[in-house]
Design a protein around this ligand. Structure first.
Ligand SMILES: Nc1nc2c(ncn2[C@@H]2O[C@H](COP(=O)(O)OP(=O)(O)OP(=O)(O)O)[C@@H](O)[C@H]2O)c(=O)[nH]1
Ligand SMILES: [Mg+2]
Length: 236
């Protein structure tokens, strides 16, 4: 039985908990606020990873978890419409991992993330990565109660994506420009991509990474650790 909403066990994110007159967004935000409190109480830092399908989120997570787990507990909520393929890959890193299948839905919502976060039995002071469903549109609107949003943009997608999908880039605390080992083979203008990402959000941090060469992994890991120290208050 769910502590926060009283529902039973479930695997789909479709629930009937919307209060009379409550909008879908207000419903989501109610659970997002609960998640935020849950993470705060456990001094957990949660990152919501967003991108179009196949931009390299899971491959990147596998590499970064190997580095991070030397320093702190790491856990992952994997969101996909179908299959547990990504969760199976991530589990091999030793991180606590759970898969969410959203079925026809194109995003994770705060209610299901709250359930899955509890199911994981997270250690206090963990880093939690929530890999959202690959989609540059709907996931931008759903607050999951995370601390930070990270948007991936792979060089094979084109440098103009921040112009075409400005809302998700506007909310990005960090943009990971991924697969940079492929730059010689594609017409991707790095300067333009960065300019457009900064146009959407001047405060966003930009990382250029490749899981093939390992470039940019250390810089991102350092950024995560800096945010982690702040939230877990280990430096206080
Ligand atoms: N060359 C190259 N290929 C990469 C890199 N990162 C990921 N890939 C490849 O890109 C494909 C998709 O990678 P995933 O990590 O599954 O991407 P994803 O964003 O998790 O995909 P979804 O969960 O389906 O949205 C795979 O074939 C990876 O091997 C990289 O840095 N360089
Ligand atoms: Mg994935």
């Amino acid at each position: 039985m769910c502590e926060s909403c009283g529902c039973g066990e479930h695997d789909s994110h479709h629930h009937d908990h919307i209060k009379m007159g409550e909008s879908l967004m207000a419903y989501n935000d109610r659970f997002a606020e609960e998640n935020r409190q849950f993470f705060r109480d456990k001094k957990i830092i949660a990152f919501n990873l967003l991108s179009s399908p196949g931009s390299g989120k899971t491959s990147f997570l596998i590499k970064i978890i190997k580095e991070l787990k030397k320093r702190c507990p790491v856990a992952v909520i994997e969101g996909d419409q179908e299959t547990d393929l990504d969760a199976v890959k991530i589990k091999k890193t030793g991180a606590k991992t759970v898969q969410v299948n959203t079925g026809k839905a194109c995003h994770l919502d705060a209610h299901i993330v709250g359930h899955k976060a509890r199911e994981l039995e997270l250690y206090d002071e963990s880093v939690l990565f929530i890999e959202n469903v690959g989609n540059l549109v709907c996931p931008a609107d759903f607050d999951l109660g995370e601390n930070l949003k990270v948007v991936f943009l792979s060089v094979t997608e084109g440098d103009e994506k921040p112009l075409k999908y400005p809302f998700i880039f506007a909310r990005a605390d960090a943009v990971i420009i991924s697969k940079i080992d492929l730059l010689p083979y594609v017409d991707f203008d790095m300067a333009k991509a960065k300019k457009y990402a900064k146009q959407a959000n001047p405060y966003t941090q930009i990382f250029e990474v490749s899981v093939k060469t390992g470039e940019g992994l250390k810089e991102f890991k350092d950024w995560v650790m800096e945010k982690y120290e702040h939230v877990s208050c280990r430096a206080c």
